[in-house]
Design a protein around this ligand. Sequence first.
Ligand code: ADP
Length: 612
Amino acid sequence: MTGPEATSPEQPSSSSLRSLLALYRRVLGLLAPEKRLAWLLVAGNLLVVGAQFAEPILFGRVIDTLTGAATGDSQIWVRLSSLIAAWVVFGLLTIVFGTLVALHSDRLAHRQRQAQVAHFFEHVIELPLAYHSTTHSGRLMKIMLQGTDSLWGLWVAFFRDHLSTYLSLIVLLPLSLYLNWRLALLLIALCVVFSILTAITVAKTEKLQSSVESRYSDVAERASDTLGNIALVQSFTRVDTEVSDLKRLVERLLAAQIPVLSWWAVAAMLSRAATTFTILSIIAVGTWLHLRGLATVGEIVAFMSFATMVIHRLEQAVGFTHRILLEAPRLRDFFAVLDTNPAVADRPGAVDPGRMIGEVVFDDVGFSYDGKRIAAEHLSFTVKPGETIALVGPTGAGKSTALGLLHRAFDPQQGAIRIDGRDIRDIKLAALRGNIGVVFQESLLFNRSIADNLRVGKANATDAEMRDAARRAQALDFIEATPGGFDANVGERGRSLSGGERQRLSIARALLKNPPILILDEATSAMDAATEAKVQAALNEVVIGRTTFVIAHRLATIRNADRVMMFDHGRIIESGTFDELIEKGGRFAELARAQFLAPALAPTGEAVAQDY
Ligand code: ADP
């Protein structure tokens, strides 16, 4: 993962706590779209907390009233009734506001979780392909689901518990000083002990927990990789191996988790011991003070209630810290993905030119993936609207890179690419890509119906349009022969279709999109003659009236192209029509002879294409 490493163990505990706090602030900051509601909930919480403090104070007053009353004193009811009425009011306030806060914070957290899932998803699918080729989709799924779960949990806990806990502590401690400063010192000492214990445990376990999380991701990645290749696993009878590999990963996960749990168990034990000691001390000191007339029984009872509340809140605060620590690596992974910038973004002032004509100019374009090795160099050419250009050359020559630059998978470091005279960096990315259709070598299909896959080309395509596109792409026959027709599901990555069928579907999809510029990455794998002929017929149909770039492997395409550009080491080394290049007797002629013309020097391209 590209995520930032967790704080290193050498760093002092305060910095671990600081980084947790920063993370917590970012989590809460995500609620900004519903800022007003969030502040209202904070205010509601304040009221609930305030009302809660009244109880122990009223309790102490009731005790003092009772202990101060003589037997048969009928006035006691009058004095008690105002205390009881106040108690009822505060009780009702707590219930009503408590319920409202819980209800609305739950709804807010659910809404924002869905919003974050959508935001994360959108961000991830805009990240460059290079990112996806190094980050497994299983890992990304895990980061998305667990990250948004963590966010949701922390938001709910913030409004329900965290806020009231910290507010309570802020109010309770000064209030206890006011009630009886001698007893209050004991409580303050307890707070200090809890804070120190927590800081130590956080420092000790933060790094450990982040390694637990990365083990979790390993498990998710592995399981998803196995499930995605289930046919391979079964045909090579690898079920046992895959299961035992996964078990080994789970064992490593557990081995990483156990030390974290042990640290927190020790911390919990020490906190409990400190609590018991504090309660016993309050009883002892309280008795001593009472004997000297420095505290009434009511004061001591009220203080005990206070102490119990403070201790409860302190334990909660430690619990939250533990929880945030557990969630931190997930959240860091989540934010690390969100902080990864797409390689290209809209420039300020970028325009949407609508449907373009399709004149493409490469003006001395240069590009390198890593800043060292050249992937494209001095690419200069002009393509008139409607022309078909075949890109040929050995693997790694820079053909895909050149076309990646055209639809801005990345931007050139040198030179410029213009469509209809406009630098493509001045065009809105969505508008640019709306004008360029791509038929991938491996036909990418969703695990949805044929119709849904076709509508990727045009979301609002009518049934008639879909039928027409399918017919022109030579796909209608097999779609109609499939049970379910257009509603039939194509399986994961289109597994229930043959390679040729998948390709014709993706050509139909491009026909529906109807872009002025088309990029075709021809399949290299051999097809039987009948399939090949159908795919070629579909391709001949789709290129009509569009500026087309083909990474060509078939002779038919190269023959029919208006121009062939021969790539090598990121440069165009030869350019011209098929016949011109053959006549020239250069590298292309050599390649063509070796690759395409070997079986027979047939008089027409079509005949040779069938032999390929
Ligand atoms: P072709 O399409 O002609 O096979 P490419 O454009 O894919 O060639 O590759 C051109 C050069 O760029 C090669 O040296 C290749 O290794 C390198 N390359 C391609 N894609 C990447 C990538 N995503 N990251 C780094 N280098 C890459």
